[in-house]
Design a protein around this ligand. Structure first.
Ligand SMILES: [Zn+2]
Length: 167
């Protein structure tokens, strides 16, 4: 699965969990779950892979920057941790490209390889998933304004009190 979709899933997890360490761990776990779900892949050749990987890497970085930038300050660390965990397993690609090897143990590389359910004709599906995840992640990262949902109770509590007239 594209790393951009992993990143967006990680942002959703971080926004839901709101604690950095569990968000990171669940982000890592989500990577392997999503890689086992049918997704776009099976590149024609190395050039095709690189073309997709570079565009995807840049889109993933943009997603990380956007979600981190719009996240409410109290949720930002958990959201960044979720995104980092979700993207982490795919460091094998730049590792192999730049250093000639994956940073992960052989057993992890084997597992990461065998769980893939890829097909070349799923580009449209991958883009739909990306669109849905992007909207959900952006909404979740922004979160609800503090106090939202308590407003009615606050108005009732404050009604009639000195200095806090009914609004
Ligand atoms: Zn992967």
């Amino acid at each position: 699965m594209l790393v951009t979709n992993h990143v967006l899933s990680g942002a959703l997890i971080g926004a839901a969990v709101r604690r950095p360490l569990p968000a990171f761990a669940m982000g890592v776990a989500s990577h392997f779950v999503l890689d086992a779900v049918p997704h776009w892949g099976k590149w024609r050749n190395r050039q095709h892979f690189l073309k997709v990987a570079v565009a995807d890497g840049l889109a993933g970085l943009a997603a990380i920057g956007t979600c981190a930038a719009i996240a409410r300050p109290g949720h930002r660390l958990a959201i960044v941790a979720g995104m980092a965990g979700a993207a982490l397993p795919d460091l094998d690609k730049p590792g192999e490209l730049v250093l000639g090897r994956s940073p992960w143990p052989a057993a992890v590389n084997r597992f990461h390889g065998v769980i893939q359910d890829e097909a070349a004709d799923r580009f449209g599906q991958e883009m739909i998933v990306m669109g849905v995840l992007a909207v959900a992640a952006l909404l979740a990262a922004r979160g609800m304004p503090p106090g939202r949902g308590r407003r009615r109770a606050t108005i009732q509590d404050d009604a009639g009190r000195p200095g806090r007239p009914y609004r």
